[in-house]
Design a protein around this ligand. Structure first.
Ligand code: FES
Length: 139
């Protein structure tokens, strides 16, 4: 990452938090506001997996696949989520309720495996806990 990319990355992360994903319209606005070529913003958006340029579901599930979580079975929980939701990682359910992503460490390494649901951390995950969360969010 170039040194100047970090402030832009933070801007894009904030816009994504606000809008769910980075549409062409939002990238154009950022380009104009910060006087940055839109091609550079597309480059940053496609490089970082935490940035999304496609519409997402009502609920965003991001399961951590970094070392501590992976060693504590996040791989099979990711597969469980994919099976339960009927989608692959990176996709959104047909009803638009859920999008599933894999992410790097979310800072909960002491309580693995962990995931974010709509930005909130959930730790010490089990299949039962996931069932409960999905059920809660489905209603
Ligand atoms: S490795 Fe998963 S939260 Fe840090």
């Amino acid at each position: 990452m170039e040194p100047l990319d970090e402030p832009l990355l933070n801007v894009l992360k904030k816009e994504q938090q606000r809008h769910g994903y980075l549409s062409d319209h939002i990238l154009k606005q950022v380009s104009e506001e910060y006087n940055v070529p839109i091609s550079k913003l597309y480059g940053i958006s496609s490089f970082y997996t935490m940035l999304r340029t496609n519409p997402v579901g009502e609920n965003i599930i991001e399961i951590c696949m970094s070392t501590s979580c992976f060693l504590n079975d996040s791989g099979s929980l990711k597969e469980y989520l994919e099976e339960k939701l009927g989608i692959e990682t990176g996709e959104t359910t047909e009803d638009g309720k859920f999008s599933l992503f894999r992410v790097s460490c979310i800072g909960c390494c002491n309580e693995p495996p962990a995931m974010l649901v709509n930005g909130e951390p959930y730790t010490k995950l089990t299949k039962e806990r996931i069932d409960f969360l999905i059920e809660e969010l489905s209603n």
